[in-house]
Design a protein around this ligand. Sequence first.
Ligand SMILES: C=C(O[C@@H]1C=C(C(=O)O)C=C[C@H]1O)C(=O)O
Length: 371
Amino acid sequence: MDASSLFNQLDEDFLQNRPFVAYRKPAADSINYLAQQDDELQVTADFTESGFVFAPFSASEQAVLIPGKPTIIACDQLKAELPVDSLELVISETERQQHLQLVERAVQEINESSLQKVVLSRKQIAKISDSSPVTLFNRLLSKYPEAFVYVWHHPKVGTWMGATPETLLSLNGYKFETMALAGTQRFEGDLKVSWGLKEQEEQDLVTRDLISRLKTFDLKKLNIQERETYRAGSLLHLRTCITGSFNRGSLDLTQLIRALHPTPAVCGLPRLEAQSFIQNHEGYPRGFYTGFLGELNILEDQSKNRNRRNVENLAYKTLNPVTRLFVNLRCMQYKSEASEIYVGGGITKDSIPEDEWQETVNKAQTIASIL
Ligand SMILES: C=C(O[C@@H]1C=C(C(=O)O)C=C[C@H]1O)C(=O)O
């Protein structure tokens, strides 16, 4: 299959209301595609299956699975036409006031309780005129080559798409990668920017929490890279990449995912206090926003030397289970009448409500700019 027949296939899947997912990994030059022949809602409770997982924010809701191994389609010269002007999002003053009050309420709670950080979000309605989700997916691919870009559809759940900069967990055999991504400012053409104390502390909380959670596992190696400024489209974030490996035989993927998700980058600290603040005050169900998605236990041929002899001789083949999960951010639930863009940001004791509001407006542009 080539890229253009893939896009026809995706249009067809969407019209026929078949479950499917198409995605491109960060900086990859291929798209992966996986579809399901029936419309049964398959779920995973313990992440032992193999396929593509689409998990909601709340661990008490079910994670959907499209089982199987994806087809890989080369797509090195994709160039979708991008709209010249972003869609003008209609933001009501009531929505703005609600968000400002929500942030004020959180700052107060942080000052009066053990809550240190809570990530608060909102849903922004976007009226899309006549573009199909597949056209929008194509634009996301062109606009965000460094992101994990996807379109996902299930007749019993809906249609989601996004371009996320955040890895939750990448696991190749016993080697892992994760990241602490937090702190946001607009990209103004220069990567050499200074960061305020609020952003540095907010990101540091995420790094420290991830490390302490990883340390509860039987680790062979743990490397914490230097903190860097990372660009995600028109935004910049602070990022610390964390890599390492588990001792052989000691890895329980269910426990690992439960330990990492939801990270303080999308929920807060302490986790339980933040979860309950979100549940009691955010005022809408997040659904799959700030959940995670990606490849689960896909067997990949990892043979280093792929010469004829190795390919022919199965004894030389190393098949490793690979899991690559991303946090569902900069995403939208596509609905033909009125789609919903989800945006949020981390609140700490130093948050200024107006700035936090503006941050959500800026984040909404990731999606609005391709509509
Ligand atoms: C919650 C979102 O993003 C997260 C929150 C960030 C922040 O608070 O600065 C930055 C990156 C993400 O970890 C979002 O994009 O909706």
